[in-house]
Unconditional design. Structure first.
Length: 211
């Protein structure tokens, strides 16, 4: 990971009340965070430039093995197109994957002098519930995310573009959308991250407001 060694990183903490926005998308084998398998997680780290604009900086992604006893809903697997036991997925054990994904987030929180990460997602309550459940299941006490607060690009997309569906909001923002790549955690996260940056960057923010 590239270190955040610029004089503007401190402004990111001021921009969101000491929270570091981190974009996340998960793909799962159902809707129940306690019982259904977490199959993919992707994370995008955002950084702020000298003009106070957000940009996508780093992407981290992992394919995850179903945890022991996990439920695998056939309808959900058909929707995502994921075969959980395909050896070419190179899937990791759930706890190992989360610890690897959390590490650069915690590092970025420290380097930007933020107090905590806040999850950005499209209907993020779903994503956050699976992240929290998996962290609890694996005894991970250093979950970098706020336990219940989040930024929702469905709501922000409705505000900025009159569109709440991710694909429609991206298109309204002038972004390309590839339906064949959709429902991959990495693709959806990168699209959501770019959408969030475009929306946030429409509103100017002056450092003096936080002083």
């Amino acid at each position: 990971m590239t270190a955040t060694n610029n004089s503007y990183s401190k402004n990111l903490a001021k921009r969101f009340r000491s929270y570091l926005p981190v974009v996340v998308d998960v793909e799962t084998a159902g809707f129940n965070a306690k019982k259904d398998a977490l199959l993919e997680v992707a994370v995008v780290i955002l950084r702020m430039d000298e003009e106070g604009l957000l940009h996508c900086a780093e992407t981290y992604a992992a394919n995850i093995e179903p945890f022991p006893g996990a439920n695998l809903d056939e309808a959900a697997l058909k929707f995502t197109g994921i075969n959980p036991y395909n050896p070419f997925r190179m899937a990791q054990e759930e706890g190992e994957a989360l610890r690897e994904l959390f590490s650069p987030i915690r590092k970025e929180v420290k380097e930007t002098k933020c107090t905590r990460a806040i999850l950005v997602g499209h209907n993020p309550t779903f994503d956050l519930s699976f992240i929290n459940a998996a962290a609890e299941r694996n005894g991970i006490k250093r979950n970098p995310f706020h336990q219940f607060s989040s930024f929702d690009t469905a709501t922000l997309g409705g505000l900025a573009y009159g569109q709440t569906v991710l694909s429609k909001a991206c298109e309204a923002a002038g972004m390309p959308w590839n339906e064949e790549k959709a429902h991959s955690a990495k693709y959806d996260t990168e699209q959501t991250a770019e959408l969030f940056c475009r929306i946030v960057n429409q509103w100017s923010f002056f450092e003096s407001r936080s002083q």
